[in-house]
Design a protein around this ligand. Structure first.
Ligand code: CMC
Length: 479
């Protein structure tokens, strides 16, 4: 208990990382911080207009221009911030397919070619050479840590892994059969009632402590949610273990036996955490930013992100993949199932396929596919019928016209579910593991937002399609 937190393409061309550095320097010189909010110097640049689109309003023949802003890489954006004020028009983009909600210097995705970088570093390089703690530091601090910085960061996270003992009592308030994601939403939200010394979001030190607490405590809560569901005693964190090892031990160890950590499993767990750490402005991250834009408590904001992640179109997909494979049951039934998907019968979708952003192979999926085979080999589960079924499904889907023409490739969740099942996690824990890994991304994005001088409360507009004003009808006259 002592020392634990109990209170509360290289060529002449510049690489993405080099470009980002230059932009960050410019930002540090020009941007004005808001009162009280001291920034860490890694906030995104304030982009400048360099061109414009000319728009003609066909209702009155009036023309106007909208500035075009350039990011470091990726498509330019049309700046519509003054559109309503100057033209009395809103934009309409349900699902935000063409709308940038923020500027950000954390993660870049080019879905057409299948590129994902964090702070300029390719996800494949990070998965191959880094560990999760290093990726957490990179996301939060903007640079890869030196050996000293890494040791310090790991110590900070390690010493925040324990929970206030009263939090443990929250669990008994949940039904034994509660979905662990329901428990996660409740208990992570409840952290806001315990750690009052890390909730002044305008104080950089408090922001950092809240960030460390979240990254450290979410795995403890996740493991406790699992233990509660199977009726086993909670296992406390152990400071000499790595993040992934500690999580495996808290999840699978029992007091009656010694728990031996399989290094292949721990390495695969760490890789799963790296591959899920951040994914720019997806639904749950946007939820965290939206919640945080009102100045809300950081623990409550992350609970909001967990709630959003739960859905099957987002983090719930890895669980849905396993359910789908169980429903298909046998290789012989794949054709029939694909037929159902193609005819859109009962809105059937091939779970673990397709992505809003990736219209090419998800780079995370390639790493996960390799890791999946390594884990299954190490655990002697290579001939696992579920994997065989999944591989056959992948082969058939990748050669089918429907999937090719719709640019539907396997995403990261297609393989992560298989690995997690092989390790021994029940399907209900899959999204929980996604939440554990994504906490750092949510926290980094939340922190970036708070430090962005252009930040305002999130408040979208709408295209109203309801009744116009009408007279009130008294109850005795209603039909
Ligand atoms: N199976 C079959 N058809 C699909 C699928 C799928 N998995 N995904 C999209 N389509 C079809 C869809 O029916 C539509 O066809 P059409 O143009 O003929 O009407 C077309 O592709 C475009 O679909 P959409 O729903 O407009 O695409 P979207 O970008 O809104 O949806 C998605 C993205 C991830 C929600 C969707 O691909 C999906 O439901 N996939 C299955 C769930 C899944 O694996 N989700 C995990 C995403 S990765 C984890 C994460 O980042 O959260």
């Amino acid at each position: 208990m002592k020392g634990n937190d109990m209170a509360g393409k290289t060529s002449k061309k510049k690489t993405v990382a080099e470009k980002s550095k230059k932009v960050v320097k410019t930002a540090a010189k020009t941007a004005k911080p808001r009162a009280k909010t001291v920034d860490s110097g890694i906030r995104p640049a304030a982009p400048k207009a360099y061109a414009a689109v000319a728009v003609k309003d066909s209702r009155n023949g009036k023309g106007f221009e909208l500035p075009i802003l350039k990011g470091t890489v990726g498509p330019d954006v049309v700046d519509i911030r003054k559109l309503y004020g100057e033209q009395g028009l809103f934009t309409y983009d349900p699902g935000y397919g063409s709308t940038g909600s923020t500027q950000s210097a954390i993660t870049y995705i080019d879905g057409d070619v299948g590129i994902l970088t964090h702070r300029g570093y390719k996800i494949e390089d990070l998965a191959e050479n880094s560990d999760f703690m290093e990726v957490c530091y990179l996301l939060l601090e903007g640079e890869l840590p030196t050996a000293k910085q890494k040791a310090e960061f790991e110590k900070n996270i390690t010493y925040h892994t324990m929970l206030h003992e009263q939090i443990a009592r929250f669990f008994s308030g949940f039904r034994r059969d509660a979905h662990p994601m329901a428990v996660m939403v409740g208990v992570v939200g409840a952290l806001s009632a315990f750690y009052h010394d890390s909730t002044d979001i305008h104080d950089p030190r408090q922001r950092m402590i809240a960030s460390h607490r979240l990254i450290a405590k979410v795995p403890t809560i996740a493991a406790m949610a699992y233990k509660y569901s199977v009726g086993q005693p909670f296992v406390y964190p152990q400071n000499n273990l790595s993040y992934a090892e500690n999580f495996l031990r808290m999840t699978f160890a029992v007091p009656a036996e010694e728990y031996k950590i399989d290094p292949v499993v721990a390495a695969a767990m760490d890789k799963i955490f790296i591959l899920h750490a951040d994914h720019e402005q997806n639904a749950s991250t946007s939820t965290v930013r939206m919640a945080g834009s009102s100045g809300a408590n950081p623990f409550a904001c992350i609970a909001a992100g967990i709630a959003c992640l739960w859905g099957p179109a987002h983090g719930g997909a890895n669980e849905a993949v396993l359910k789908m494979l169980a429903e298909i049951g046998h290789k012989d039934n794949i054709k029939e199932y694909i037929g159902k998907v193609k005819s859109k019968q009962d809105n059937t979708r091939l779970m673990g396929f397709g992505h809003r952003v990736y219209k090419n192979y998800d780079p995370r999926a390639s790493v996960m596919r390799k890791s999946c085979h390594e884990v299954l080999d190490a655990l002697g589960k290579r001939n696992d019928p579920v994997l065989e079924l999944a591989m056959e499904l992948e082969k058939i889907a990748l050669s089918d016209d429907y999937f090719i023409s719709h640019k539907l490739y396997p995403n990261v969740d297609f393989y992560s579910g298989i690995i997690l099942q092989a390790i021994g996690f029940p399907t209900s824990m899959f999204t929980v593991l996604f939440a554990v890994a994504r906490t750092v991304g949510w926290v980094a994005q939340w922190k970036e937002m708070i430090e962005d001088p252009t930040q305002r409360i999130g408040r979208p507009r709408q295209l109203y399609t309801g009744y116009g004003e009408r007279p009130y009808v008294p109850i005795n006259k209603r039909k």
